[in-house]
Ligand binder design. Sequence first.
Ligand code: SF4
Length: 180
Amino acid sequence: MSEKFLLLSCCAPCSCAVISKLAEAKEKFAVVFYNPNIRPYEEYEKRREENQRLCEKYGVPFISLEYDNERWCELAKGLENLPERDKRCSICFEMRLKRVMEYAKNNGYKAVASVLGVSRYKDINQVNLAAEQASLQTGVPYLQIEGRKGGMQELRNKLIKELNLYSQDYCGCKPRHVKE
Ligand code: SF4
């Protein structure tokens, strides 16, 4: 990739391997943290700070956008009890990618990538479909970046250990063990 792009990161564990590879390849990119889906706020702050620490380690610019949890809740209204990978997640992915694409457009970035599908709990096709929708609405291309295969999972586990990264046990909107 020769043009500069934005990488939407949800947390340090999901982005560490991708950031390390891109930095090693001297790609022109910045990491953007736009995750108004994360609750409670203390957890959001914890993940944001950890992601910033990771970017500082690799000398990658880190951009933090607004914490618009009220808007996220409005969009997810009525879907709160659906399981992970269902419709709420599509809306959540699309909201975040669309905002980041708008930011990219207004700030001279040519494309957007993300690590939203890196976790084994996620359906990568669902993320890619949401990205396609966000691209259609904003006109900003989405770059699919490999975060699981080709040794990326192993690198991720190694970096989490080496850098002592904080690893949460739920995606963002509610703990997985909570049944409602
Ligand atoms: S489980 Fe994660 S991706 Fe799905 S709606 Fe909640 S925060 Fe968003």
